[in-house]
Design a protein around this ligand. Structure first.
Ligand code: PHE
Length: 496
């Protein structure tokens, strides 16, 4: 029976009888019983339209188990035992009874003895009465046809014997609702453009809002490929015992971005061609005074065994605010803070955005992400740096490393890291590294015995290789294909 048929049945019954006392007695047009669950669905939608009202009727009935059914069909085991034994003095031997009834013989015998229906004569069983009444079968028959029994002791006994069981049944009583009618009007679900234009929405009969319905799952919430790779790298750092540096400072002073890193004020990277300077506010003035003096000194006249650069260091240049050009600006700030406490070896990392005033092309954007690792301990060597990087890159699936001497104002020695790229068939640069210079560390207040090794790499290049992108604009910015973002898999570094 379909929902529509049931609804018509409910409405016509209500129309002729006024109310429906219990839908249990409800019969569909084909005479079959109505499934109360399907009926509930039909009622609910009529209730939404205020055409009917209903109450739930909970009832208990007793139903027979399979074994109970079999007894109604063939009689109880004890009755079968009685019937199997012929009348008269001869009777039947136990093995013969077993042959006739199988397993049931054993169960039936006990009960038949207890009922004093049978007795023993020699080795044989004989009838003890002329006729019997199979009360178990009669009781089960009553339960089967009415769902009840007047004697609770009988019910309890039959339940214990696992011949019947209690079932809950739910049915409904139905009355007319305020908007009762024999015809079901189709209700509008949404306001459409046409309804608004024609004014039909004013008269339309809208379906009631269902606040319990589950909404359509939103398709948002997908991690960007760069963020997936960032997460994997983060895990690698955590595995190696690193802690994450707080990088939530895109705007930085030239002091922490350059001066603290022993980068001279005339260095070309500090030019507006390479760096985005902030216009408003243009300067920052909060610096640790003593430290600033030591930085000024090491740049202009040297110290800590260094001759310095020998130029006129200007505070105005250090105060200029900029968008940080590398995450090493955060490392310098963190190392200065480290130097203010009793020394403990540390392993720091960061993965965040940096900005450079570069010509934008297929592989360069004016902003990108840097991954940076910093380790500070007494007596670290270049061998430690190489070893650490081999472990780090190996966890990314990169095994074949080469190191090439390079130059950074803040590291000595410095090394560029290369790896052989099978796909491209050549050695590609995958990072920059070095040991921070005494001119950078000692003015901070770090003990001269403390060595700090560090390395940095870009996040975009491995992401582009991994996701097979040739143009960086397909990875970042307004040209990014959102389906690619949603569908691409979690990064697997062994594929880089
Ligand atoms: N800051 C360097 C860069 O931007 C990377 C680097 C970090 C090099 C730490 C050495 C030590 O390329």
């Amino acid at each position: 029976t379909t929902t529509e048929e049931l609804q018509t049945l409910v409405l016509t019954t209500l129309d002729s009888k006024g109310s429906i006392e219990n839908t249990k007695e409800f019969k569909a047009s084909d005479g079959k019983e109505v499934d109360q669950l399907v009926l509930l669905g039909a009622l609910k939608s009529l209730v939404d339209k205020e055409m009917v009202e209903y109450d739930t009727i909970e009832d208990e009935i007793w139903v027979l188990t399979d074994e109970g059914d079999e007894i109604v069909d063939k009689g109880s085991h004890e009755a079968n035992v009685f019937e199997a034994i012929p009348a008269g003095d001869e009777g039947l031997s136990i093995p013969e009874l077993q042959k006739l009834l199988g397993n049931a013989a054993k169960i039936g015998q006990g009960k038949a003895f207890k009922n004093k229906w049978i007795t023993k004569k020699g080795d044989n069983l004989i009838r003890a009465v002329n006729s019997i009444i199979d009360q178990t079968r009669i009781d089960l028959d009553i339960i089967c046809s009415t769902g009840k029994h007047s004697d609770p002791n009988v019910i309890a006994d039959l339940k214990r014997r696992r011949l019947c069981d209690k079932h809950k049944i739910i049915s409904y009583s139905v009355t007319k609702g305020p908007k009762f009618s024999l015809t079901i009007e189709k209700q509008a679900r949404d306001i459409t453009f046409e309804m608004l234009q024609s004014g039909e929405w004013k008269k339309a009969n809208f379906k009631k809002y269902n606040f319990d319905a589950l909404g359509i799952p939103p398709s948002g919430g997908h991690l960007h490929p760069l963020m997936k790779i960032r997460e994997e790298l983060r895990q690698i750092f955590f595995e190696m015992g690193f802690e994450e540096m707080p990088t939530n400072r895109f705007v930085e002073s030239s002091f922490w971005n350059f001066d603290a890193l022993f980068q001279p004020q005339q260095h070309p990277a500090r030019d507006a061609h390479d760096t985005f300077f902030i216009k408003d506010p243009a300067v920052g003035t909060q610096f640790p005074t003593d430290y600033l003096e030591r930085v000024k000194k090491v740049h202009s006249v040297g110290g800590y065994g260094s001759t310095g650069y020998g130029y006129d260091w200007k505070i105005e240049e250090a105060q200029k605010l900029l968008l940080r050009t590398h995450t090493t600006a955060v490392s310098s700030f963190m190392l200065y803070n480290l130097a203010q406490k009793e020394f403990k070896p540390v392993k720091y990392f960061s993965i965040d955005r940096v900005f450079r005033n570069e010509t934008v092309d297929a592989t360069h954007l004016a902003e990108f992400h840097q991954v940076e690792g910093v380790i500070a301990d007494k007596g670290l060597t270049l061998g430690d740096l190489i070893g650490f990087m081999e472990t780090f890159y190996e966890k990314m699936g990169i095994k074949n490393l080469r190191f090439k001497p390079a130059y950074n104002p803040y590291t000595e020695p410095s090394m560029e890291i290369f790896s052989y790229h099978e796909g491209l068939g050549k050695w590609v640069e995958i990072g920059n590294s070095g040991m921070f210079r005494p001119e950078m560390l000692e003015p901070m207040g770090l003990d001269p015995e403390i060595r700090v090794i560090a390395w940095g790499l870009g996040l975009e290049r491995p992401a582009m290789i991994k996701y097979g992108l040739e143009n960086i604009r397909e990875l970042l910015g307004h040209k990014v294909n959102l389906t690619m973002i949603e569908n691409n898999p979690i990064c697997a570094f062994d594929l880089i």
